[in-house]
Design a protein around this ligand. Sequence first.
Ligand code: PLP
Length: 372
Amino acid sequence: MSRPGHIYLDYNATAPVRPGVAEAVAAALAEGGNPSSVHAAGRAARRRVEDAREAVARLAGADPAGVVFTSGGTEANALALRGTGRPRALVSAVEHDSVLAARTDATAIPVDGEGCLDLEALRRLLGADGSDAVVSVMLANNETGVIQPVAEAAAIAHEAGALVHVDAVQAAGRLPLDRAAAGADMLTLSAHKLGGPMGTGALVLGPGLEIAALVAGGGQERRRRAGTENVPGIAGFGVAAALAEADLAEDGRIAGLRDRLEGLLVAYAPDATIFGRSVARIANTTCIAMPGVASETQVMALDLAGFAVSAGAACSSGKVGASHVLAAMGVAAPLAGAAIRISLGRATTGEEIERFAEAWRSLYDRTRTRAA
Ligand code: PLP
């Protein structure tokens, strides 16, 4: 990530590793040992896994016994949506692709023009008896940063007897997390969004909730996820989770930078649109459209100018498809196709924001001149 001369503004895609994470990964690799082995090497590996489990549980405000380590947020979402065996799934229309793809039979819960969940629609779609259903609502959206009324949605779902899953991948380290207060029977985390290693995550379960493993094999993770644990990844996740709490203290500073950035861009380009600007968002995320200029053109031009940002929906494949998030918010396709996501983080400075605004304005001017 430390590409000389480049400014990284794509923290929602992945965050630079925290100090101590690479060292913890390297130490676990060097030490080796299978956590299921009873000898000393195995017990040392087990200790690393259990220490990390405690750190992740603390981050989620949860009991360590409920933490199931997975290969990332994608697998945790699949485990949550499929593992409960509930025949009906209701998921917000703006969920990450990993939720939408986990249950292609799911009913979409609509959102309003700002991207906030329609709670009345949830109530209606669930019906009086939701005991056959699992409901999935993310805490913060990866493209717009919009924060969902998760506790309210969970109260409605629980009243009808449904189980609740919350994808907190983009919220961790950016909002205080408390599994029970959020009403989450299941909560998803991903290490690399917190400055941990890629390919590691967790599904955090409430007490007493049992789920069926997606793959059969050994009895690891209390039979909820077979396969030898990714000890180095989990050890790095533990370090990142322990440090994430401190990130909350950075929130005010990052929100100030984000507001400054949005102010600069909109003052210069009155036709620019910022999505979800009038509702609660996590502090680091801006999704902004430069009308008439395709998202991928902007991303490439800004890359050439030395800035890493992304085209809202493109974080998984590098290819840019239409954003289902903006479509669900009722944004017309041409405007949605002109949106980029800028996501800030711990290392972002005021100077970087000024330089980015300058590059964005220069691109804006070039494209207007051409259009004229
Ligand atoms: N959920 C959300 C909201 C995300 O933003 C992402 C990653 O972009 C994921 C899930 C998937 O996490 P992972 O990359 O660990 O599979």
